[in-house]
Structures are given as structure tokens and as C-alpha cells.
Design a protein around this ligand. Structure first.
Ligand code: NAP
Ligand code: MG
Length: 487
């Protein structure tokens, strides 16, 4: 009997998302002091669509002079307007931004998928609604800070310099901007080089919301723009999300400067499946933990630990499930896995896959057909790996899962903690006692039980060890932007 080949025998019809309502400009300037202005040196760089390698738009490249201008605009706005208005007025602006994000949600989702390669299903159902939810959530705190920190008077820090990565461009901008504004700070934000467009749309939204000029400034550029922002003497606080390597550079630069900073860095989370878990749900959880957003997720469950007695069953079912994942056009509503964000990132993932094979890992990749143009990577598993393998220790930031087995709770806790990172983790079991034991003993900022990759603006997020310091989200997310004084 011939078995069903899911790649060829049972295809979905294409369900392309319309792009008719998208109005992209040919070229984007910097957003400084409430206006769109060209970079002083008039330099631009292109941003491309990683699914077809086509140029989508030109984006201004901010140099040190532009960073200066943006920081002075933020300083002036802090002193003349934002620190003077009432807390409830601040909240109204945040509510307004949240509502406009909702109104323009389809446009934001499509542009996010075009610029970064993520499936429209995810940008439409996760990135954009969560970005709006962050603004709504922190809008609510703006006039309630005295209840968040009873008996203390809260004081903003001043000008916040914020730098974000390319994996959740709009969402990371929301995570940064919303709490900083709610607490009374002004902002200079630098988006990532490969995904600047939704940040520029957010600049339009901020203008539409009528925020006083200079309260939020958004400057596009590369790592050197970020570096100038970090080094700028008139910035009062740095909030950075990105790689551990750049996070360490920032720490060195700020050492001894008495400038507060928060760092949200890399991860290599353990996702632990006990034999008493609901297996089919766990399979979905594994898929979500490593293949969501092409695995470009700091909290991805990239190390899978399976209790030895069920490892054959899990690996069999996981491989079957991987064959049903649809890899392709990010703008098709059926797509599960979109394009890899950039050529450089694809090269990095491919290098790690080669390292995994060279070190003796057993490779399995889904048999999906990858498009000829653009940057793509098939969902990938490695078995037969151990704690010392580089693909087990290092962050790959792609759809590559390393699988190991364990026999006891203590063994898996020790293995899970054997990493320089400490951002997140997952545990799947029917037993509450095991959940408590594992979650209490794994040193990671967020641990999910019988689920994975769930986010909510009211829940703090952040890491231990080389995954960074400080928390974003929740009441805890207000703290990095405030001084608390006695009343
Ligand atoms: P990255 O290379 O560190 O870049 C992050 C941001 O910093 C980008 O805007 C980048 O600009 C800028 N940058 C680069 N060099 C800089 C420097 N010397 N000084 C100041 N800024 C600089 O990281 P990425 O590759 O974009 O993002 C992936 C990493 O982010 C992964 O390690 C992931 O785990 C981490 N991440 C962590 C979280 C979290 O919450 N913990 C969330 C998301 C992502 P360019 O883009 O122009 O180079
Ligand atoms: Mg792009």
C-alpha cells in the first residue's frame, strides 16, 4: 500500500494575503522631533524582502550627527513637555497609539511579513495584537504609578536610548516604547538594519496620535548607529535587546558611567517532556517552541529533553508532524514557516547544521521543497547529541532542534541548567509536583508548563546569566525606567 505523501498528495490551495492596501514609500527618512528628516550625510540603505530578495524600500542611515539631533530633541521634549504633563494625559497618548495600531493592524502585519519573512498568520495574530496590547497595558499604568510602588514617589530617568533586534520588530519596539512613555521618559529608538519598516510606520502612528514633538524619535541605521546611541553622554538610560555578544560590548562601554541599562539577550531554552505528558499536545508544543518565527526566537525551546522511555515515540511523531509544516511564502495564510530573515542569518544556521553533522549528530530534515529565490531553511532535528556538542550549547536562532534523553528529574534539571543562558524553559507532565520541582530548580526567567511561547503584557519577561538583566512586561517592566524616591 502506498502511504500518503503530504508534500505532494494533499496540498492546500494558495491563500495569498492581499497587499492592495499597502502603501509603502520608496524611501524613509529619520523621525526626529516630530518630523521626517533625511540623514545629515544623505546616506540610505535598502531593506529587502527575504522571501524574494527584492528591494522593498530605501531607509535613511543615521550617523553620529543624526544621533546627536535625535538625543537633543528627546532632551528638549523631556524638559519642556513630557515631564510636565499630568500622568493621566500621558496615558491618553498611549491609549491613542494602541488604538491606531489596531486600526492599521492589517497594514502593519503585511509589512512586517514582507520586511522580515515571518508568516502572515503570526504577524497578524501574534506580533501586531501583542504590540497593541502592550500599549494598552502600559497606558493603564501611566496614572497609577503610585499604586504600583506604594509609599514611593516615582521619577522618570530622562532620555532613554533603545535598541531592538529583527526577530519581532514591531513587538520589540512596543515592549521598549510603551513602558518608557508611561513612566515619563522620552525616547530615541534604533530598529534593526534588516527590519526597519514597521518602526517607521509606528513613527507615522505616533505622529497621528499627536504626541508632542521629540517625545519619541526613531533613527534607522546599522550597528554603528546603535553604538553612537550607547556612547552618547546625554542619554540617561540604555535598553537593549539583541545578541549576548553585543550586550557584553554595551556593558563594557557603560561600565563606571553610572548610566542604568537593561539587556535582553540570547537564550538556549530546555523544553522537557516527561513520559506522563499528554504526548500529542507535547508534540504541538515542541513544534511551537522551535519552529515558531523560523526559530528566530530568543526564548525558543532549542534543546529538547525527552524521558528515555518515550523518546522513540516522540521522535517518530515529531518527524511525521514536521512533514505537514508548510514552508513558503510568508504572505500565504497557510504558511507555517516563512523565510529566514537575512542571507547572513541563513549562512549562520547552515554553518551550525554542518557543525552538528561534523560532530556526529544524526540529522533529520523535513522533505519540504524550498523556493528557489529568497532565504529558506527546512525544519531540522538533531538526535545523538550530548551536552558538549556546540549545537547544544550555542544559540543558533533558526529552526534547528537538538534532542537529548534523560531518566530522572534530577538528571534533567542538571542538564537543563548546563548552559551559559537562562532566559526560558518548558516542562510537559501530568504531575503538578514535577512542574513545581522543575520550575523551581531551573535558573531561567520564564518557564512554561504544558505550553510554550505564551506572552502577555502583564507577565514580566527577562533572563538570568548571559541572557541579560532587567525585566520587560508587567509592573516589573516599569522599574527600569524609574527612580523611586521616598515620599
Ligand atoms: P544584534 O546583532 O545584537 O543586534 C541587535 C540590535 O543592536 C540591532 O538593532 C543592531 O543593529 C544593534 N547593534 C549591533 N551592533 C551594535 C553595537 N555594537 N552597539 C549597539 N547596537 C548594536 O542581535 P540580532 O542578531 O539583531 O538579534 C538576535 C539576538 O537577539 C539573538 O541573540 C536573540 O536571542 C536576541 N533577542 C533577545 C530577546 C530577549 O528578550 N531576551 C528578544 C529578541 C531577540 P543592526 O541590526 O543594524 O546590526
Ligand atoms: Mg528587510
Amino acid at each position: 500500500m502506498n502511504s500518503l505523501n503530504l508534500q505532494t498528495d494533499w496540498q492546500y490551495d494558495p491563500a495569498p494575503q492581499s497587499t492592495d492596501h499597502i502603501n509603502l514609500k520608496e524611501s524613509y527618512d529619520l523621525f526626529i522631533n516630530g518630523a521626517f528628516v533625511p540623514a545629515k550625510n544623505n546616506n540610505h540603505r535598502n531593506t529587502i524582502n527575504p522571501s524574494n530578495e527584492k528591494i522593498i524600500a530605501k531607509v535613511a542611515d543615521a550617523g553620529p550627527d543624526d544621533v546627536n539631533l535625535a538625543v537633543s530633541a528627546a532632551r528638549k521634549a523631556y524638559e519642556t513637555s513630557w515631564s510636565k504633563i499630568s500622568h493621566s494625559e500621558r496615558g491618553k497618548y498611549l491609549f491613542r497609539i494602541a488604538r491606531i495600531i489596531q486600526e492599521r493592524s492589517r497594514e502593519l502585519a503585511v509589512i512586517e511579513s514582507m520586511d522580515g519573512g515571518k508568516p502572515i498568520r503570526e504577524s497578524r495574530d501574534i506580533d501586531v495584537p501583542l504590540a497593541a496590547a502592550h500599549f494598552f497595558y502600559y497606558a493603564g499604568w501611566a496614572d497609577k504609578l503610585k499604586y504600583a510602588f506604594p509609599g514611593r514617589e516615582t521619577q522618570p530617568l530622562g532620555v532613554a536610548g533603545q535598541i531592538i533586534p529583527w526577530n519581532f520588530p514591531l513587538l520589540m519596539a512596543a515592549w521598549k516604547i510603551a513602558p518608557a512613555l508611561a513612566t515619563g521618559n522620552t525616547i530615541v529608538l534604533k530598529p534593526a538594519e534588516t527590519t526597519p519598516l514597521t518602526a517607521m510606520l509606528l513613527a507615522e502612528i505616533i505622529r497621528e496620535a499627536d504626541l508632542p514633538d521629540g517625545v519619541v524619535n526613531i533613527i534607522t541605521g546599522d550597528g554603528s548607529t546603535g553604538s553612537s546611541l550607547v556612547e552618547h553622554p546625554d542619554v540617561d538610560k540604555i535598553a537593549f535587546t539583541g545578541s549576548t555578544a553585543v550586550g557584553k560590548e554595551i556593558m563594557k562601554k557603560l561600565a563606571g558611567k553610572n548610566k542604568p541599562y537593561t539587556l535582553e539577550l540570547g537564550g538556549k531554552a530546555a523544553n522537557i517532556i516527561f513520559a506522563d505528558a499528554a504526548i500529542d499536545q507535547a508534540i504541538e508544543g515542541i513544534v511551537n517552541s522551535i519552529f515558531f518565527n523560523q526559530g528566530h526566537v530568543c526564548c525558543a525551546g532549542s534543546r529538547l529533553f525527552v524521558e528515555e522511555s518515550i523518546s522513540d515515540e516522540i521522535i517518530f511523531k515529531l518527524r511525521e508532524r514536521m512533514e505537514t509544516l508548510i514552508v513558503g511564502d510568508p504572505l500565504d495564510k497557510n504558511t507555517d514557516i516563512g523565510a529566514i530573515n537575512s542571507k547572513e542569518q541563513l549562512k549562520r544556521i547552515q554553518e551550525y547544521v554542518k557543525i552538528g553533522q561534523d560532530e556526529g549528530g544524526e540529522l533529520y530534515q523535513s522533505k519540504c521543497k524550498l523556493p528557489n529565490t529568497g532565504y529558506w531553511h527546512a525544519p531540522t532535528l538533531f538526535c545523538n547529541v550530548s551536552q558538549s556538542h556546540r549545537i547544544v550549547q550555542e544559540e543558533i536562532f533558526g529552526p534547528v532542534l537538538a534532542i537529548q534523553t534523560f531518566r530522572t528529574v534530577d538528571e534533567v534539571i542538571e542538564k537543563a541548567n548546563n548552559t551559559p543562558y537562562g532566559l526560558s524553559g518548558g516542562v510537559w507532565t501530568d504531575k503538578g509536583a514535577k512542574i513545581f520541582k522543575v520550575t523551581q530548580n531551573i535558573r531561567a526567567g520564564v518557564i512554561w508548563a504544558n505550553t510554550f511561547n505564551k506572552f502577555d503584557p502583564s507577565a514580566p519577561f527577562g533572563g538570568y546569566k548571559e541572557s541579560g538583566m532587567g525585566r520587560e512586561g508587567g509592573i516589573q517592566g516599569l522599574l527600569p525606567y524609574l527612580k523611586l524616591n521616598p515620599c
